[in-house]
Ligand binder design. Structure first.
Ligand code: SAM
Length: 206
């Protein structure tokens, strides 16, 4: 099955609140964005944002230049329905991040929770990092959360790659300065605990 069909099926069959990665609020992501991004006009993209409520909470806090990109139309539809009229204030992009055509040096903040770790093919990871280098402004913030060294080896029927903060930073390379990292124990709707790491980097000038 193609990657897109896989994700579409998951959202349609399970619903946005029963998927294993569901969070009522993306508290760790919100805390990092709040602390690092003072300007409410900062351009923020949530890559593989799916049906996450991060966009609701960012809108609620006054951020007004928000983009949610996801490969799944069903996930984006769920978020739009939930947001009602506020959904018109968000830029929605249905695309595979390894193929997406994004504007150059455009985003102040790139956020990804639980997408990069599904890229098991080195070529796909290379394309992803190229997309970050292309689309994030010099000096922009890059927040990426993946399964940690003790996280699951598979999720939702797909294999994953587990990272330490150092090995995740290695994937991105010297053009990114690792500012800080955090660990989180995510409790899934069925009660399983998954280790996540969040890395917050700055894209160096150049
Ligand atoms: C585990 S979910 C995480 C969703 C969201 N970030 C959150 O924390 O609730 C992974 C998301 O990435 C999307 N996705 C998977 N592969 C992708 C790709 N190559 N490009 C864009 N989105 C992708 C899926 O549709 C799904 O919404």
């Amino acid at each position: 099955m193609q990657t897109k069909d896989h994700w579409e099926n998951l959202y349609v069959k399970k619903g946005e609140k029963s998927v294993s990665w569901f969070q009522q609020h993306a508290l760790t992501s919100l805390e990092i964005i709040r602390r690092t991004t003072a300007s409410k006009s900062a351009r923020i993209v949530d890559v593989g944002g799916g049906a996450s409520t991060l966009v609701d909470d960012l809108l609620g806090e006054g951020y007004r230049e928000l983009t949610v990109l996801d490969i799944s139309a069903a996930a984006l539809h769920a978020s739009k329905l939930r947001l009602g009229g506020n959904g018109d204030r968000v830029n929605w992009i249905e695309a595979d991040i390894t193929e997406a055509v994004l504007p150059a040096r455009h985003y102040d903040v790139w956020h990804d929770r639980a997408v990069f770790h599904f890229l098991t093919d080195p070529e796909a990871r290379h394309k992803y990092v190229e997309a970050v280098l292309h689309a994030v402004k010099p000096g922009g913030q890059v927040i990426v959360a993946t399964f940690g060294p003790n996280g699951p080896l598979r999720c939702s029927g797909l294999p994953t790659v587990r990272y330490s903060p150092e090995s995740l930073h290695d994937e991105f390379g010297e053009r990114f300065l690792l500012i800080e990292h955090k660990e989180e124990a995510h409790v899934t709707p069925s009660g399983a605990v998954q280790q996540f790491i969040y890395c917050y980097c700055r894209k160096q000038d150049a």
